[in-house]
Design a protein around this ligand. Structure first.
Ligand code: CP
Length: 311
């Protein structure tokens, strides 16, 4: 075990700064492998990794698979919809059976907050949280932080705006915990109905005025608006949402010349972000996706027996 805080990566809330720095430094080394003619290295050649996604995913699932293969691990994807989960098998029974087959690590996404933590208490192998309910999505937080560092260096006192549906966002929570640990100034902006009560206790500033906050922001991290939230009456209409909280070229004119616009994906074009921004010069959305592979390689490498990067 090489991430000092434990055998697992369950969230950024408890992850010490030294571990975040170790992952970021190791990810930078991993990214160098992308430039080689043969993009494969051997350190996890003897390791068996299972992905177990109870919710849909494109980016996280694909990049974990790619990351594991680039480190020469064997990867098995359990299709939950065609597995014995459908016959009523419990989560704990499922992972204990996978461990009995020789699994070294499970990468799990689940709609229930805390599901990865429960698995971690019940198996000896490593558990990586790939998103649990509204709680955390730690590798997304780490890849966002890696991308921010790549663009603007150290994050201490940098202003990061997180815009949109903070209430239902595990990406927001992992960003907040990791960014606060690294000394960034985080402001959350969105409709009052989508901002959790007491979020100030995490050390963030709350605002409902995007046009004011965007003026001095270094980074604008735009969250996906889950379309079912409108049906629940949490904001009047998608058009109204875009008018008040959407990131578009007109609104970006108020921002600094070097503002960086981010989005974890998937994008609702024309709702939380317009196409002219999503495809425009300030966005780093596909850089985030590329960096996701490097960050996930680093996490797998450090958890499954790699050496820590020298600080
Ligand atoms: N950002 C993110 O978690 O995307 P996926 O749901 O496609 O994995």
């Amino acid at each position: 075990m090489q991430i000092q805080s434990g055998k697992d990566l369950l969230g950024l809330r408890e992850l010490p700064e030294a571990d975040i720095e170790s992952i970021l430094k190791t990810a930078a080394s991993m990214k160098e492998i992308f430039t080689r003619p043969v993009r494969r290295v051997p350190p996890l050649i003897a390791k068996n990794i299972v992905t177990l996604f109870y919710e849909p995913s494109t980016r996280t699932a694909a990049s974990f698979h790619l990351a594991a293969r680039m480190l020469s691990a064997s990867v098995n994807n359990i299709q939950v919809t065609s597995s014995s989960v459908k016959k009523g098998e419990t989560l704990i029974d499922t992972v204990k059976n996978l461990e009995a087959m020789g699994m070294d690590a499970v990468i799990i996404r689940h709609s229930m907050a805390g599901a990865p933590h429960l698995v971690a208490q019940n198996i000896k192998g490593s558990v990586i949280n790939a998103g649990d309910g509204f709680n955390e999505h730690p590798t997304q937080g780490l890849l966002d932080i890696f991308t921010m560092r790549e663009k603007k260096g150290k994050l201490k006192d940098k202003k990061v705006l997180i815009v949109g549906d903070i209430l239902h966002s595990r990406v927001a929570r992992s960003n907040i915990w990791g960014l606060k640990t690294l000394g960034a100034k985080v402001t959350v902006v969105g409709p009052p109905t989508l901002i959790p009560k007491d979020i100030e206790k995490t050390g963030v500033t709350v605002s409902y005025n995007l046009d004011k906050e965007i003026k001095d922001a270094d980074f604008v991290n735009v969250l996906r608006i889950q379309l079912e939230r409108q049906e629940a009456g949490l904001f009047p209409s998608l058009e109204e949402y875009h008018k008040l909280y959407g990131i578009n070229a007109e609104r970006l004119k108020k921002a600094k010349n070097d503002v960086v616009v981010m989005h974890p994906g998937p994008i609702n074009r024309g709702v939380e972000i317009s196409s002219d921004v999503a495809d425009g010069p300030y966005n780093v959305i596909l850089d985030q996706v590329t960096n996701g592979v490097a960050v996930r390689m680093a996490v797998l490498f450090l958890l499954l027996g790699g050496k820590r990067a020298k600080r």
